[in-house]
Design a binder for this molecule. Sequence first.
Ligand code: ZN
Length: 374
Amino acid sequence: MSKGGLRRLDWVRSILNRLYNSALEERKKAWESKQLGVTLYDQIKGLTAQRKDDPEGLGSLAVRAERGMLTRLERAFKAYFRRHQAGEKPGYPRFRPIARMETIDIVDPKTTMVKKRARGYAIRPKGFPTIRLFPSRPLPTECSLKALRIVRKPNRVYVDLTYEVEKEPLPKCDSAVGIDLGVRKRAMLSTGERVERNSRDWPEIRRQQRAISRCKKGSGTRRKRVGRLVAMRHREGVRNRNACHRVTTEIVRNHGLIAVEELDVKGMTTKWLTKKSLNREILSQTWGLLRIQLRYKAEWAGRELVDVDPKYTSQDCHRCGARNKPGRSETYRCAACDLRMDRDHNAALNILRAGAVALGSVTWVNGPYVLPEQ
Ligand SMILES: [Zn+2]
């Protein structure tokens, strides 16, 4: 987006920010002076007069963006009262500085707001600068647009679009797959396929971080270098997400039953964060993303997705069921039946079996799907 466009967007943000804060003040005053509750409905009604009084500011902007601001305030109050009633001690909703007002939600967006261009798409709510989009896949513009969110980050603008897509069940499929996510670098499918995770370019990131720390605070060079690092991490994020999409689409297309281990991503992340292990935190985010995508894609396609308790999946032998001591080696060895195979592959096969059992459908185990012999 051009510099002029960003300036325009920041102006829009300042107007919306003022609206948020004044609406908050209105609620606060009404309560303090007359013990009156102000509702979202009241405030939306009041918006009409405010727009008339301020044709250059509020009146010149898309009313849906303004309603979005008031709705956000309403949510803040609802959360406050809910926690209050639950006996907690929540903080009263606060006035926000413009720097923290990154997100603009457009409520009930019209599908026609997203316009197709010769290259990419463009959106331009009333009073906003034109925002051009170049998504990696074509947008389902024939579907109805459910949510539109514009996020202003220091050096770029993001747009989140949510479309309501009709479910498209895929033809029935008897194949089943188990997926071992593990905490190591890759995921493993029970078919023996590996899913490699993009590794981050840590030396480069560290080099850039060191260069930033050498700069004087507030200097132009520092700002430029921070911008470069942010842009690089953004590109990595996009690449990672696209890689996840390719993998999950493939899995859902090829298998009728998908068994995944339950991962306590949240618990894992906090534990790891205390260890300051950013790499692992990102890894768990990737696995979280993989699961989220699998879940909704499986639902659209009419596939079964089963969560499996990951306990012992890496210790049990998938062939004879004996429980072996966990080893450090990449190769799994069974003391009872002398099985030798890749550790993650064995785990993926256990996850598949547990998923089939959990579904209560023995046919998955004994019928169309046969566990491959080693
Ligand atoms: Zn065995």
